[in-house]
Write a protein that binds this ligand. Sequence first.
Ligand code: ZN
Length: 450
Amino acid sequence: MAPATSEKLKRPAWMRNDPLLTQIGLDELNNRGYINLHDASIDLSFRNCSDDEIHPLFQRGRWSQKDLATMDFDALRPTLRLASRLLQCNTSIYYLSAILDQANYGTIDPKYLRPESNPNWFRVPDNLSTEKKLATRAALDDLVTRTTWQLLDSKVYPDIAGMTRLHWVPVDPPIVGMPQIRTTKLYLASIFIDILCRGVSPASFAVEWTPGTDAESARLRYSLVCAIALVHEVMHAFWNVRGEYPEEGILTEGPPEPFYMDTRIAELGFQWQTLVLGGEFYGILEPFIFPYGARTSRWPGPTELAERKHTELRMSLRKYGHVRNWQTRYAVSMDWVRSLFTDAFWKEIERNGDGGLKIQRKLGARRKLDNESQWLEGEEQVPYEFIESPTSVLSNEDEEDCQGLGIVDRYDGGEKWHMTKNDWERHGSETDPPASSLISDFDHGIEELE
Ligand SMILES: [Zn+2]
């Protein structure tokens, strides 16, 4: 018996909060190549990878012996090779060089900051001399012996992909004026290793659906997010070890990071991701569980303020014209994910530059926050004066990277979602996307899933 309409819209808990699942649906995402790779063979040149192709920061010697004993390290090689490429692409080297070089820094007017925040902003220069490139690579090499990797139990910390901790180690024998040196311990979510090196099937996180989650496609997404998490943490470690900050007393946690240009949040890992990949990279539905494809969106997103320590926040000079009360989540093409693990892709990057690393944004669903207090949560912690009326925070301007093309305003009953569908034929766009009919595909098993 067909369920009543209201029953059709009653969504299983596992998809309720993700606009890509509720508005587009698994079938549509899968048909368009965002979940399962459609050709059977996953031919990755990165599978044949020697130690030379892995940066010393990621090699076996840097990992906790205890963790190594419980994993198949060789299975991690394609991931480590990808992490090494991402770490050493031009954009990353320019970025790391900019962090090192005081010539790239400016000071922020204190009225836009908390006193405990880092008062500096930095920019990435347009050109980098060979000498500075070499110095940056040397600084990365210097990080190697000060870095160890350890797994963080994802059952205890399900929301954490990685973490970096600053440590101080006494110099032996002691040196006058430098009694201790900075080292870092980097933590990586154990779920990535469970999937990549311990035989756990990533498809086991998916509900039953047809045709079902292809384990190899899902494993590739884990491999990519793991590579991103590794480099993300290296960015924090680099600052902890090499950053210019006063060493009065011994800091118990990492020192506040500088702000990148006018960005509102000081977070060198996400900032790196934004510069290289164009934004965040998370799983559809769950940030670090990838049974239904991956998504990207602009960073920082509208709810990010509430999730950050107040010392990481500043007011941007463009704040009220720039920050939006909505977020568009775009599905990430699996063909693109796979291409990253091939030599052909990286040869293309060498020829044409890092622009090809930016995740394409073609199919997405937009979430609008209509609850003003949710949007402004976190704001009140920042002790600055409003320079413009806060009402303009809730502007409805379109996302710049959509250029207004192919955006369909479509509010779903009761929920403030609307969609963009840039890769759908513009002429066919008079008709609403068949979101409700797609949702009905998931009527099965609702009771069990609630
Ligand atoms: Zn981070």
